[in-house]
Design a protein around this ligand. Sequence first.
Ligand code: ATP
Ligand code: MG
Length: 357
Amino acid sequence: MKTYQIATIPGDGIGKEVVPAGRQVLEALAAGSSRFNFAFEDFDWGGDYYRRHGVMMPADGLDALRDKDAILFGSAGDPDIPDHITLWGLRLKICQGFDQYANVRPTRILPGIDGPLKRCAPQDLNWVIVRENSEGEYSGVGGRVHQGHPIEAATDVSMMTRVGVERILRFAFKLAQSRPRKQLTVITKSNAQRHAMVMWDEVAVQVASEFPDVKWDKELVDAATARMVNRPATLDTIVATNLHADILSDLAAALAGSLGIAPTGNIDPERRFPSMFEPIHGSAFDIMGKGLANPIGTFWSVVMLLEHLGETDAAQQLMRAIESATATPSLHTRDLGGTATTADVTQAVCRILAAGQ
Ligand code: ATP
Ligand code: MG
């Protein structure tokens, strides 16, 4: 029997509710399996840790995670701590420290969920957005001078390396190739951003030559938002920069019905380090502690975690349980227009798993 070492980092806000729910689901799967088990280690990093220690995570935090098979993360964000501290002090530290350069965000309309696109059949919206996760607009390069003076100036430099662009595009082409439609849309803004974005376009042509069976096209990011709404069925796999894909994937999550159901994997494709899985929503302090958080985004992230571990059967079993929960209106949380609680949905999914369906 294989025992997977899983780190759980609930973080802040509703992360503290949805990560324990994700762990319960993993435990339910392990209870029904003779193949695998999970050993969990929980890390109390985040806003409360910052208030006690002045840092979001300890200096040797990455070492504590290094030998894990995967990380299940909640969210980092606290109304009393500036966003750049919560984000850079925890989530980005892990993403960058472990070179999780591919951020993968599947989006589709699950059974029973009513998206805002009335003209769109559920099968018309089935995307995977690949977000460059290590550089670009969020590389941290820049500076601020003359603070508080009339001549104050600040820059955020979007740094793109050829190596970084090439590896994310290769990852995206490979992913597109593994999906039935074998189709990739490369998104840039190369009409207005004349340097790095033009390099993206050039590298795309070069990498595409390695994947002759993948049909691909280019789209500007502004046009892409309209296309997602007006012609969703023309898209399949999508790759974009750190900032562009951040925005596009929130749009995608909203089009699929709720921010609360959307999952993410922060992947190190070379498997030198553990990858990290998390719902795309944030800490949502407005609904914290009330049992209103939809745990489906975390459960779907657990599906991605299982796929990453190679436990495909368990991943499929959990995805079927999620779909059976979303297809049941009495199991919809408030963000989906229902009255179910986090615990209701979690218990229902665990029951479905225990029944071995
Ligand atoms: P952060 O600053 O950490 O990003 P946030 O306050 O911006 O957090 P988000 O989590 O990004 O909040 O989500 C925006 C809103 O969507 C929340 O205020 C909340 O009402 C709703 N929401 C987000 N996630 C969920 C969820 N899992 N279940 C129900 N509602 C959610
Ligand atoms: Mg937010």
